[in-house]
Design a protein around this ligand. Structure first.
Ligand code: ME8
Length: 627
């Protein structure tokens, strides 16, 4: 570091305040507290918002791109996709909220693979900073051993929950140190980092700088008066030290232009609006280092061994490290998408793009933001003592069960409260009864003694209405035919719960179709009845094949059981293979007449409530009896 500018500046904390037009509180730049007025929206208390449908032009573009190239390898190579989760702090074991972010990213990664993309998926752990240094000290452990221990717990959780990451990064790795130092030097050489002095509030728990207006009074557990972050409730301390500052203030209008020009860059749109609101005000420059005497556990500033790089700058660069920065990152960096919780929106939607703009690198294509899982109405956190253990959950409800629940229940725009009872009810209703019931009914040996994918009879179910099919059956076919496009649209906008809603609605319609025609009442000695029975089963199998294919990103285990039972081979499960019910349009069906796969038992076993000693025995369904 040769040309160091030693322009000492003080970063004021109050100078950015302005009265909120609609209330008597004061709103400031970077102030995320909510006064309840529309003009003063908060990062931490987000109103619910109706679903904002994706821009249809972009959607059409993506759809047509997807349909253009699903078959050739060279084409696949052109279609890269890179998805990341936040890298998680190792100060405590993972909880359900961490698993949730990983499951969303895993779902999008698997969905892109099904589309034929070459997809990279990065996750890992954030291991530097004061918070980790203090946690290791409190545990009486060497920091690296401490980090390794907790990092392994995250890795183990993700492996056991089928999180199919392609890169697990730890910020203590050499490759990451090199990337961070390189990134710092680029910013330094462009004159975007200067030596200054910072005075203000700092939350170690959030590793975040706060203005006075983002801070309030509270009492700690011993009744002592303390200052806390209004956003997170975590304790803050006054700090004053010499360190390096990043010229964040220079990027405000570029950030606004980026968001205005790319309305889908931050999704759901609600969060983009919140960021744009914050950017209406001036941005203060950002302290990007700490004195080494206070923070040893981190990457030293290149050329100044007395300073340690701010943990957020260090952590954000992980996304580049995984992409191959600084040597060969273009393939992945041009197609980067981040999944983040709303608690870290400021870091990803303001600091990170500003760093990238400064370094002359492309901005992420999308920042998908989700809200929080709460427990007892409060955000899960170790300090509150209300965390839900994801390992325990996956043991109680199965891995696919908990994946399904998380993705089906949580709406990105609003928080969701977790209870075991909700999980049981949802999984019993949708996975055990609705989906499992349909598969069970249709594959029952009593209806299908030959255990084959039965033949479709066009006279029984003609293309134009007639035969033995009724108008509702044609409506059902239309819904299932449209389902892949509907589901793709929801996956693209991270509204996975909407994709699941649409799938389960179709499963119910197929159950209705079977129920309506009661194939178990048909006389198999009558050839016309037999043909109609086979047709009912063929149509139901085709529906199940579509559901199994579309559910793979969410419940890979269950989808595999379902598709294997139908005799659908691994090479026949991509989105390019869906081609629903070709026999109805007079085309060949590759599955017709094929032997079914072996019966590996129920798709999803109903979950009992352990709190109810004697549960009234559930009536055995007619379909179960048929087996
Ligand atoms: O912030 N509900 O790490 P972190 C849903 N290291 N998601 C939750 C959640 C909850 N209750 N609690 C946590 C950090 N999460 C930094 C990130 S990235 C360059 C550095 C998820 O361990 C959610 O994704 O505190 C949230 O943003 C993240 O975990 C915070 O994890």
């Amino acid at each position: 570091m040769s040309k160091q500018t030693d322009a000492s500046i003080s970063v004021g904390t109050e100078s950015n305040s302005r009265p909120c037009g609609g209330c008597d509180k004061v709103a400031v730049k970077n102030r995320y507290a909510d006064c309840g007025q529309e003009s003063c929206k908060a990062f931490h208390r987000l109103p619910q918002s109706p679903f904002l449908s994706p821009s249809s032009a972009l959607y059409r573009h993506q759809r047509s791109a997807a349909s253009r190239c699903t078959s050739t390898l060279s084409c696949k190579d052109d279609r890269s996709y890179y998805i990341t989760t936040p890298i998680f702090y190792v100060n405590a074991s993972p909880h359900l909220g961490h698993l949730y972010s990983a499951v969303i990213a895993d779902c999008l990664h698997r969905y892109k693979l099904l589309q034929g993309f070459n997809s990279k998926f990065g996750t890992g752990t954030d291991e530097h900073g004061l918070k980790i240094q203090q946690a290791a000290e409190a545990a009486g452990k060497d920091p690296l051993n401490f980090c390794t221990d907790v990092s392994e717990r995250f890795k183990h959780l993700f492996n056991s929950c089928n999180i199919s990451y392609t890169d697990y990064i730890r910020t203590t790795e050499q490759r990451h140190h090199q990337a961070v130092k390189h990134f710092w030097s680029v910013l330094w050489n462009k004159g975007l980092i200067y030596k200054g002095s910072y005075e203000g509030w700092y939350s170690t728990q959030d590793e975040s700088f706060l203005t006075s207006l983002q801070v309030g009074d509270a009492l700690d557990s011993s009744g002592k008066e303390i200052k806390v972050s209004l956003e997170s409730g975590h304790k803050v301390e006054w700090m004053k030290e010499e360190n390096y500052m990043f010229r964040l203030s220079a990027f405000r209008s570029q950030l606004l232009d980026w968001l205005r020009g790319n309305p889908r860059a931050i999704q759901p749109e609600l969060f983009s609006q919140i960021v744009q609101q914050v950017l209406q005000e001036d941005l203060a420059d950002l302290s990007v280092s700490r004195q080494r005497s206070r923070l040893q556990w981190g990457i030293p500033v290149p050329g100044d061994a007395e300073q340690t790089i701010y943990v957020w700058l260090d952590a954000l660069v992980n996304y580049l490290t995984v992409a191959g920065y600084p040597d060969k990152h273009d393939q992945w960096w041009n197609v980067a998408h981040h999944i983040v919780g709303k608690d870290i929106l400021k870091f990803h939607a303001i600091y990170w793009p500003a760093f990238l703009l400064g370094a002359g690198l492309p901005l992420p294509q999308t920042i998908y933001v989700h809200s929080h899982w709460t427990s007892g109405g409060k955000k899960m956190s170790k300090s509150v003592g209300n965390v839900v253990d994801p390992v325990e959950c996956s043991q109680k409800f199965t891995i696919d069960g908990i994946r399904y629940f998380l993705l089906r229940q949580c709406i990105p725009e609003s928080d969701s409260d977790y209870t075991d009872d909700k999980v049981r009810k949802l999984l019993n209703a949708e996975l055990a009864d609705t989906l499992g019931g349909l598969l069970n009914r249709c594959t029952a040996p009593a209806l299908n003694p030959a255990q084959v994918y039965p033949a479709f009879c066009p006279q029984s179910f003609p293309y134009e209405q007639g035969g033995r099919a009724v108008v509702e059956d044609y409506h059902m076919l239309d819904s299932v035919k449209n389902l892949p496009a509907v589901v793709e649209q929801h996956y693209e906008s991270m509204h996975v719960y909407k994709a699941l809603e649409a799938i389960i609605a179709c499963v119910r319609k197929t159950n209705g179709f079977v129920q309506r025609h009661a194939p178990w009442k048909l006389d198999r000695r009558d050839s016309e009845d037999q043909r109609w029975l086979d047709t009912i089963l063929h149509v139901s199998f085709e529906c199940l094949r579509i559901y199994g294919t579309l559910l793979q990103p969410i419940v890979p285990g269950i989808s595999n059981i379902l598709l294997s039972r139908l005799g659908v081979q691994p090479g026949e499960r991509s989105l390019a293979d869906v081609n629903f019910l070709p026999r109805h349009q007079g085309m060949d069906c590759p599955f017709e007449g094929r032997a079914l796969g072996s019966d590996s038992g129920v798709l999803f076993t109903r979950l009992e409530n352990p709190n109810l000693d004697k549960q009234s025995p559930k009536k055995t369904k007619k379909a179960d009896k048929l087996k």
